[in-house]
Design a protein around this ligand. Structure first.
Ligand code: S3P
Length: 433
């Protein structure tokens, strides 16, 4: 589908956003192997989480969508040993989180399984999980010298390891934690920097012994059963990021985003936008199921360029395209460094952000590990491509409403990976209904 979008005269209003994708995946996977029934409210039902739900169903887990409230599901956990051997190939679709977390789980199950994904996912690096899983004794074999999906797994009993992670990746960490809880002996993980910690929080609440000391995680094997745990999923800060930048960069911007997850391991976007001079206020902050939540209010601001790199990068890894767009409207230069892992996402987000924003008239240069943007203050509508990457398509939609003239976004349907109602929310905020 092609979307044609013009400059908007305003971007104002209040939104309830879809549930956090990372927390949604985890609440489905962990409750599937718990005893009892859990209710997950405000779950993300974008295509990525549907992939996770379908995979758990293929292994005998009952996941039911509430027909009154379309953002609630109930999960009837089958317990620690209740998953059944799937008699089909498990398809993670576009979802790296699904593929990497489920692989850790399947490596310890007493059955055979095969995991695949779409073109994008089959080209993403999987050696980062296969190599440490093999060190734990896993029988997992993938394409291209054990670096790519599809892969086949014959589950077995694993041994804990001490492992220094080569990348600050929550998907890798969570994969290894899921393997570690079903292994013999403790597992120690050394992280290069803190990445999102939803797995540690949620499994910790479910009784797993995960000891966190600085960047070192020590996980003990878990004996017994998990208790199912209801989860009220906070709104996704990675979806909020598009509206945060829209509200700050638009001359007539004022947006309130309700109940957004502001876990410090995810809130790098707030720190960067504040450092750029953004007028951002957090209201009604509270803790829900161990996760920080608050309302985010943003208003039109005069932004200035910043330099970012190092430990903040994993805290905003999905927000690099939209930060680059904000930098186009800031005074001066913005430099993003240490972000080469952004090339390994649903698309090569450094290269595509640079090439697509150039079409809008941005002054942007791609680096090996980042991007340099010289603020130009205004952009011009153009024809651009999403490369089937949901976060690129949404960044382009925000660029479109801030640009003079009209923009055509090709292959825009992919927003449904994380945010099926994105176009409706765009219409609400622009008043274009
Ligand atoms: C995610 C972790 C991040 C992020 C992805 C979701 C998760 O990936 O980019 O969108 O839910 O664990 P990496 O762990 O590969 O950095």
């Amino acid at each position: 589908m092609e979307m044609v979008i013009g400059k908007s005269s305003q971007i104002q209003g209040e939104l309830n956003l879809p549930g956090d994708k990372s927390i949604s995946h985890r609440s489905v996977i962990f409750n599937s192997i718990a005893k009892g029934t859990a209710e997950i409210t405000n779950i993300s039902l974008g295509q990525d989480c549907i992939s996770t739900i379908n995979i758990m169903r293929s292994m005998g887990v009952e996941v039911n969508l509430d027909d009154q409230d379309l953002t609630t599901v109930t999960i009837k956990g089958v317990g620690r040993t209740g998953l059944q051997e799937p008699n089909i190939v498990l398809d993670a679709g576009n979802s790296g989180t699904t593929m990497r977390l489920i692989s850790g789980l399947l490596s310890t199950q007493p059955f055979f399984s095969v995991l695949t994904g779409d073109d994008s996912l089959r080209s993403r690096p999987m050696g980062r999980i296969i190599s440490p899983l093999k060190q734990m004794g896993a029988n997992i074999n993938g394409r291209d010298g054990n670096t790519k999906a599809p892969f086949a797994i014959q589950g077995s009993l694993l041994q804990g390891i001490e492992y220094t992670m080569p990348v600050a990746s929550a998907q890798l960490k969570s994969c290894l934690i899921l393997a570690a809880i079903n292994s013999t002996g403790e597992t120690v993980l050394h992280q290069p920097a803190l990445s999102r910690d939803h797995t540690e929080k949620m499994l910790g609440n479910m009784g797993v012994d995960i000891h966190n000391e600085g960047l070192q995680l020590t996980i003990q094997p878990f004996n017994g059963e998990f208790q199912s745990t209801d989860v009220n999923v906070p709104a996704d800060i990675s979806s909020a990021a598009f509206w945060i930048v829209a509200g700050l960069c638009h001359k007539q911007g004022k947006i309130t985003l309700k109940n957004v997850g502001i876990n410090p391991s995810r809130s790098g976007i707030l720190d960067v936008m504040s450092a750029m001079g953004g007028n951002i206020t957090i209201k009604n902050s509270t803790i829900v199921a161990g996760e920080e939540v608050g309302d985010i209010v943003v208003e039109s601001s005069e932004l200035v360029g910043v330099e970012i790199g190092g430990d903040i990068i994993p805290r905003l890894i999905d927000e690099i395209p939209i930060i680059a767009l904000a930098a186009c409207f800031a005074k001066g230069k913005t430099i993003i460094r240490d972000a080469s892992d952004a090339r390994n996402k649903e698309s090569d987000r450094l290269s595509i952000t640079a090439s697509e924003l150039t079409k809008f008239g941005a002054d942007i240069e791609e680096l090996d590990d980042g991007i340099i943007v010289n603020g130009v203050g205004s952009l011009n509508g153009t024809t651009c491509e999403s490369f089937d990457d949901h976060r690129i398509a949404m960044m382009e939609a925000i660029a479109a409403i801030l640009s003079k003239g009209q923009t055509t976004i090709k292959n825009s349907d992919c927003v449904a990976i994380s945010y099926p109602m994105f176009w409706d929310d765009l219409s609400i905020l622009t008043g274009d209904q």
